[in-house]
Design a binder for this molecule. Structure first.
Ligand code: CP3
Length: 350
């Protein structure tokens, strides 16, 4: 298998856990570990819009490294956003602070699909450059590349912005399944190529974020979302990078998310790791699953929960400690540092 990741990261606890190999201690990182919880992030972002930040390789490198330096986590997550590849191919969208991605011309008809041309590496030279800069700085610490899954991307494009009920998305999925599948096929190419660009530039693992997949029934997920996610994950199947597949509220979908082509299945806090492992069996490693809100609880309560999760994770064929969803902006970053140290200490196999 061709490999482009730095060889030193192949023996990291993160990559070994994802491969269901033995580890020295449970690896830990946090979704949204870079970002507003860190004063050093707020300082370097001052006056620079989110999407512009994502297109400046030196700034991306600095922001990605900040939580690694501060918390001592076992992986860096590439600083970008799921809508960056859409912006790169010319979709008129912006990330509005406190809101999220907002799309100027939502996609609802066949003609609207013209906005979505195939992504090529030439659309995102700033991504390859930032990954190369980062990999040079990170040494033995793996970099995780990522993309948004077709369903979650489609939800933003069809609704025109963040949505609680995904009503226009579901209306399209059920009202015009051919158009839905054509939309998701384009998004699967874009997501897959975005993962591939990062892996080829040196990312050691990739994560597909299907944040809103939990809004779907198992049957609808199986028929109308999973096949497209499988195409996206398949785009890096020939590269030696483990694939993490994450969603929120996806307890009923865990096995399908594994079958879509994952090595590691993300578990949110609504399902215990014990139940997740029972459902998934020995084929997949798991990632999760501390409730991000518990980072605001008194240390005693938080410590108890972290220890429980590490214990539950021992039953999994591989466990990467993480939150059930992203770090909330108001969290005290010192708590994240403390949780990282606690996971390392209570899981040490040496
Ligand atoms: O540290 C990391 O995890 C890496 C960076 C990262 C960002 N977005 C940076 C970001 C990652 C992995 C994402 C993925 C992403 N973006 C997802 C999937 C993960 C998830 O949280 O479910 C989704 C749904 C998006 C879309 C999006 N982008 C939202 C909902 C928001 C929040 C809007 C807000 O202001 O509350 C964004 C903006 C965004 N992406 C920020 C960051 C750090 C905040 C922008 C800022 O700091 O000004």
């Amino acid at each position: 298998m061709p490999t482009t990741a730095p060889p030193a990261t192949r023996q990291s606890d993160l990559v070994r856990a994802a491969r269901r190999e033995s580890v020295t201690r449970t690896p830990v990182w946090f979704m949204r570990q870079a970002g507003r919880s860190l004063p050093e992030y707020r300082a370097v972002r001052k006056g620079i819009p989110m999407l512009e930040s994502c297109m400046r390789p030196e700034l991306v490198t600095e922001i990605t490294l900040q939580p690694v330096r501060r918390h001592g986590v076992d992986a860096a997550i590439f600083f970008s956003d799921i809508v960056v590849p859409l912006k790169a191919i010319g979709v008129d969208l912006d990330i509005v602070p406190g809101v999220g991605p907002v799309v100027a011309r939502p996609i609802r008809t066949r003609d609207d699909l013209d906005q979505l041309v195939p992504l090529t590496p030439e659309h995102v030279p700033f991504i390859s450059e930032a990954v190369r800069l980062l990999v040079a700085e990170l040494g033995e610490t793996p970099l995780i590349g990522f993309a948004g899954a077709p369903f979650t991307l489609a939800s933003y494009l069809v609704e025109g912005g963040p949505s609680k009920n995904h009503e226009k998305t579901k209306a399209l999925m059920h009202g015009d399944p051919e158009l839905w599948d054509a939309l998701c096929a384009r998004l699967a190419q874009i997501a897959g190529e975005f993962l591939r660009v990062q892996a080829e530039a040196g990312a050691s693992a990739v994560q597909l974020f299907d944040s809103w997949a939990g809004a779907l029934s198992r049957a609808d997920y199986a028929a109308r979302a999973m096949p497209h996610s499988a195409v996206a994950l398949g785009a890096v199947a020939d590269l030696d990078v483990p694939r993490i597949h994450f969603g929120v509220g996806t307890g009923e979908l865990l096995t399908l998310m594994g079958e879509a082509g994952a090595d590691v299945v993300g578990v949110d806090y609504r399902v215990s790791l014990t139940d997740a492992v029972d459902r998934l069996g020995p084929t997949y490693a798991v990632q999760g699953n501390l409730d991000p809100a518990l980072l605001f609880a008194p240390w005693d309560a938080l410590e108890r929960r972290v220890r429980e999760i590490v214990e539950e994770g021992r039953r999994a064929p591989g466990h990467i400690f993480n939150l059930g969803h992203g770090v909330l902006p108001d969290v005290d970053p010192d708590v994240l540092t403390r949780v990282t140290a606690l996971v390392h200490e209570c899981s040490s196999r040496r």
